[in-house]
Every structure is written in structure tokens, then in C-alpha cells.
Design a protein around this ligand. Structure first.
Ligand SMILES: NC(=O)c1ccc[n+]([C@@H]2O[C@H](COP(=O)([O-])OP(=O)(O)OC[C@H]3O[C@@H](n4cnc5c(N)ncnc54)[C@H](O)[C@@H]3O)[C@@H](O)[C@H]2O)c1
Length: 296
């Protein structure tokens, strides 16, 4: 298998753009792809702003920043990924969409290419079954925002080869990350533990235990979390949180993972969190959601 030089990233949202940024900053040639050209434009804009912040803080030289931007190419055409050594998928957290993409990628990219998914919870083994290369499919779960957060959770599917596992570990280290490894079970390590906490915070709000501010302040000052669980849910995206809860619920079959109805209602209403201007909190782009009334 070839040394990784060229990285393809599919999905130019908050995660994909951040992954593309660190790969370009660390000296890889990067192709960032999104099916939506306006999402790609927003992703590029976010990358440029983030790189500028690193430069202004003295954490990146101007020459390295210019080099990173030069290394980054954008596309809306999957065929442009044919020369990538690894493709890191970061599209919506939907098993159907990811399976469809993996099956397309398998037909387009070179035989030696590794297909990695940044999924927060979906089975790597099942994604791999849509390809003819299950040994070359792996989970590479970055944390949000990828340029800042130090962790990458590597998930081995049932058939992931030792060679691919070793190559992806080396890549994550070259991206400056600390690695943890998980077997392929719903939510892996981080979201298996984090999402039930966020869901429980929604239940506390839903049942009128406390205000959103007190729930978040309680967890920040009471347990030393840097962000409260509701604030964090807005940052992650309520749609992403709901999708992960559904995967935990169906995959582990325990009613303790049932998504909170209030989380479901916010997503139904399009209150997806910070990325769209309103979630549990309002970020000044849409009207603030009314506080839920106690239901029980
Ligand atoms: N948000 C988080 O905090 C976080 C953290 C870790 C992992 N993840 C995972 O990363 C993935 C992406 O999450 P996000 O928050 O960046 O989502 P996002 O909604 O910000 O971005 C998703 C992007 O994928 C694009 N897209 C959708 N379908 C596509 C397709 N078939 N081909 C090409 N592009 C397509 C969309 O246009 C959008 O720009 C999800 O699997 C999510 O679970 C998210």
C-alpha cells in the first residue's frame, strides 16, 4: 500500500472543512469535496478564517498558511478523488447516505485507496459491506473542531486489516493527534458516553427540572466541563446528536437510549444549533425558541 500523500475529504461542513484544514496545514495535498457548492464556499471561508486566526496568534507562520491554502483544492465532482490515497468521509450522519457514498467511492477511487469515515456512531463494518475493499475501510473519528481538538478515535471494522489500521494510526499522528482505538459498536467510546449525558440534559429541560442556563452552569461549575451539555449539543448540531441517539437506541436495544422528545421536536423545527443560528440557545439569526413548559 502506498504512503499517504494525497487526502480526499468528502463533506465540507464543520467537520470536513476542519479535517481538510489540518491535513493541508500538515503538508498533505487535499481535495475537499461537497455535493453542495455553497457549502463548499462556506467551508473554504471557514478554513481561511481559521488559518488566519492561527497566524495572528503566532501558532502558524504566514509561509505555512500560504502553503496550506495552495495544497487545498475543492470540487463537487467525486471523480476528482481518483488519485487520493485516503478518502475521509464527513457527510451527514445517515447510514443510507454514507452507504451510497461508499459504494460510489469504491467504484471511483484507486484500488489501493483507504476509505475512512468520520462517523460519530454508525457501524464501520456495515459501511464496508457496500464496497469491494472491506479490509481498507476504517473509522477515523475527529472531534469538533478538528484543528483544535487533540483526539482521533480510530474504529476498526470487522474486516479492517492490520496494515490499514497501522497506516491510519501513522496518519493521525502526523496530523498531531492523540489516538484512542475502539471496537465497532454503536457510538464507539466517546459518543457512547457523551450522548446519553446530553440526552439526559434535554430530559431535565423537558421535564422542567431547571432552566437551560442552570443545567449548563451546573455541569460547568459542578463537574468542571468546559461547556454545558446543552451548549455543547448546539455546538455539535442537534441533528447530529439525534442521529447518534437513534443509532445507540437501535444498535444497543436499550430504552435508556431513547431520544428525548424535546430533542426530536427541536430538530423537527429546524433548530439544529449554532450552525443555523438557533438550537437550545439563540445565536441572533432566527427567533429564539420558546422555553419548554414542564410536561410531567
Ligand atoms: N458536529 C460534530 O460535532 C461532529 C463531531 C465528530 C464527528 N461528526 C460527524 O461528522 C460528520 C459530518 O458532520 P458535520 O457536523 O460536519 O455535518 P454538517 O451538516 O456541518 O456537514 C455535512 C456536509 O456534507 C455535505 N454532504 C451531504 N451529503 C453529501 C454527499 N452525498 N456527498 C458530498 N457531500 C455531502 C453537506 O452538503 C454538508 O456540507 C457526521 O457523520 C457527524 O456525525 C460530527
Amino acid at each position: 500500500m502506498e504512503e499517504i500523500k494525497r487526502v480526499g475529504v468528502v463533506g465540507g461542513g464543520q467537520m470536513g472543512s476542519g479535517i481538510a484544514q489540518i491535513a493541508a496545514t500538515c503538508g498533505f495535498d487535499v481535495i475537499l469535496l461537497d455535493s453542495d457548492s455553497s457549502a463548499l464556499q462556506r467551508g473554504l471561508h471557514n478554513i481561511q478564517s481559521s488559518i488566519n486566526r492561527f497566524v495572528s496568534k503566532g501558532q502558524l507562520s504566514q509561509a505555512m498558511a500560504d502553503d496550506a491554502i495552495m495544497r487545498l483544492k475543492c470540487s463537487t465532482d467525486l471523480r476528482d478523488l481518483h488519485s487520493a490515497d485516503i478518502i475521509i468521509e464527513a457527510i451527514v450522519e445517515s447510514e443510507g447516505s454514507k452507504k451510497e457514498l461508499f459504494s460510489q467511492l469504491d467504484r471511483i477511487v484507486k484500488d489501493s485507496a483507504i476509505l475512512a469515515s468520520n462517523t460519530s456512531s454508525i457501524s464501520i463494518t456495515r459501511l464496508a459491506t457496500t464496497t469491494r475493499r472491506p479490509r481498507q475501510v476504517i473509522g477515523m473519528h475527529f472531534m469538533n473542531p478538528p484543528p483544535i481538538m487533540k483526539l482521533v478515535e480510530i474504529v476498526r471494522g470487522a474486516d479492517t486489516s492490520d496494515e490499514v489500521f497501522a497506516i491510519v494510526k501513522t496518519l493521525a499522528k502526523r496530523l498531531g493527534k492523540t489516538i484512542i482505538c475502539s471496537l465497532d459498536f454503536p457510538g464507539f467510546i466517546v459518543n457512547r458516553i457523551l450522548m446519553p449525558m446530553i440526552n439526559e440534559a434535554f430530559f431535565a429541560l423537558y421535564t422542567g427540572v431547571a432552566t437551560k442556563e442552570d443545567i449548563d452552569t451546573g455541569m460547568k461549575l459542578g463537574t468542571n466541563h468546559p461547556m454545558g451539555p446543552l451548549e455543547l449539543a448546539d455546538f455539535i448540531g442537534l441533528d447530529v446528536c439525534l442521529s447518534i441517539m437513534k443509532v445507540l437506541h437501535s444498535g444497543l436495544g436499550d430504552s435508556k437510549y431513547l431520544p428525548c422528545p424535546l430533542l426530536v421536536q427541536y430538530v423537527d423545527a429546524g433548530r439544529l444549533g449554532k450552525k443555523c443560528g438557533v438550537g437550545v440557545y439563540s445565536y441572533g439569526m432566527k427567533s429564539s425558541p420558546t422555553s419548554p413548559q414542564p410536561r410531567i
